[in-house]
Design a protein around this ligand. Structure first.
Ligand code: ADP
Length: 466
């Protein structure tokens, strides 16, 4: 039998310790799924304020190591305040990356694979190839860098270079330099042994100028070592049959109980109660990326239609302002919740008929997968992971799992919403659709297996020195 793969999983957020978005969900569940497949896997993350355990701990069988430095991580937020990013993020996360490598030696954990995620951990492949090249401890270590969102690259002024403890020669067009600035993510794209994105479609999209955020050239140059593996969803954490945050638990065999959750959501939102009025939920960041420019365009129109809207999210000020205005103007058919609230999120997934996700781009997206799990039908833009997980509903054949629009504009979004509302009126057909999406399987099982195969393939690869 092959030797157990030793893997280090590095992430700046891990559910249930710290979360701002989907990365935390993935980092909290993929390592566990890999552990079940027999891997020797450990997790590293920063020790932020609020993580009470002072020592490292086991989370569902996976050891989690916290990198400590109170000056850097004992703060109210993870990356910054409403006013913007913390100005010392480069120091904070380069410190984290260096410490991870030092700590591995301390632990005598010589890994086959270090799996890094997003720019905050992107310096690990760089340090490994540049600073540890002669170190036999890491001779057989390969790195994977996963892009969860290319829009956040970790850009810093050139003056900060010395803080990285890297040779000056690396600050050039073939290294970490990017239009006169330091681009941390570019470093990982160049130095990691393999790059993944969190859906196959997004891995292709980012090689084009439209989606490449300026890095399309570098990404295309690595296309042989670039692929997409769809995120899974943790089916134990997200399960309407076990969810303690919802008023009535249910599964695909007693979908009637979902209606009780709808009623509760309507009531807690101070909206009219009734099962015949379609309820559209939205949970997520209120940003342009998530399609809020389109929602803003048509929100008044929607409020005049026979439907209800419940929104939960935090994001850009212009959307907060607009939504507050909408809440005041249309209190009876809208519920606007500008906060982060995991339990309310769950009640929205359970109580809604439809889930709105008109993202301009979407590396994978978890919202649509959670919706499926709760029997809620997604309405989404045909991009990235949304294309890989949603089949557009065809009312003639009754084939499909959601409502997609292709062209990114508000009238196309409105059309998709209208198509969805039409099906809502056909009770039996809509019931079937809900049941069907609850039967889909987007658990980690398949995806974790794909990572395992990739790890194995990389481990067996010859070592390339730079
Ligand atoms: P992102 O690009 O933000 O990572 P995803 O769809 O991949 O988007 O994941 C978002 C995750 O964060 C989901 O689990 C979603 O339910 C959760 N989430 C986002 N905003 C909020 C909020 N305001 N309150 C509670 N949960 C939220």
């Amino acid at each position: 039998m092959a030797k157990t793969l030793r893997v280090v999983y590095c992430s700046s957020e891990v559910e249930p310790f710290a979360k701002t978005g989907g990365l935390a969900d993935v980092a909290g569940s993929l390592p566990r799924a890999l552990k079940k497949l027999g891997l020797d896997i450990i997790i590293f993350m920063p020790k932020y304020r609020g993580i009470r355990e002072s020592k490292d701990l086991l989370y569902n069988e996976v050891p989690v190591y916290f990198i400590e430095n109170d000056a850097y991580f004992d703060r109210e937020f993870l990356y910054g305040t409403k006013e913007g990013d913390y100005p010392d993020n480069l120091e904070r996360f380069s410190f984290f990356c260096r410490k991870v490598l030092a700590k591995l030696k301390e632990l005598n954990f010589s890994p086959d694979i270090i799996h890094c995620n997003d720019w905050q951990t992107a310096l690990i492949p760089v340090y490994l190839k540049i600073l540890y090249t002669e170190d036999s401890f890491f001779t057989n270590t390969k790195t994977i860098f996963t892009i969860h969102n290319l829009a956040y690259q970790g850009l810093f002024p050139a003056e900060d270079w010395d803080k990285l403890a890297l040779p000056k020669e690396l600050f050039n067009i073939n290294g970490l330099e990017y239009y006169g600035k330091i681009n941390i993510m570019k470093g990982a794209i160049i130095f990691a042994d393999y790059i993944t994105t969190v859906s196959p479609t997004y891995s292709k999209e980012i090689q084009t100028p439209e989606y490449g955020c300026g890095l399309e050239g570098v990404l295309a140059s690595r296309r042989k070592d670039l692929g997409g593996i769809l995120n899974g969803l943790d089916y134990e954490i997200w399960d309407p049959a076990k969810d303690k945050s919802i008023v009535k638990r249910y599964n695909k065999r007693n979908l009637k109980a979902k209606a009780i959750n709808k009623k509760f959501l309507q009531s807690e939102s101070n909206m009219d109660i009734g099962k015949n009025i379609p309820l559209i939920g939205a949970v997520g960041r209120l940003t342009d990326q998530k399609g809020w420019d389109l929602i803003a365009d048509i929100i008044e129109q929607l409020c005049h239609m026979e439907l209800q809207i419940v929104i939960l999210g935090l994001g850009e000020k212009k959307y907060h302002d607009l939504m507050q205005e909408i809440a005041q103007k249309y209190p009876r058919n809208t519920s606007i919740n500008l906060k982060f609230d995991d339990q309310l999120a769950r009640r929205i997934y359970a109580g809604s008929d439809f889930f709105l996700m008109p993202s301009k781009f979407e590396p994978c997206g978890l919202g649509q997968l959670i919706s499926y799990r709760y029997g809620t039908i997604p309405i989404a833009h045909a991009t990235g992971g949304l294309v890989d997980t949603i089949i557009d509903y065809n009312s003639n054949t009754q084939n499909g799992t959601g409502f997609l629009f292709k062209t990114y504009n508000s009238s196309a979004l409105l059309d998709a919403i209208k198509r969805a509302l039409n099906i809502f009126q056909r009770k039996a057909e809509f019931e079937n659709l809900k049941k069907k999406v609850m039967e889909l399987d987007f658990s980690w099982k398949k995806s974790a297996q794909c990572y395992l195969e990739l790890y194995q393939e990389l481990k067996d690869r010859a070592i390339v020195k730079v």
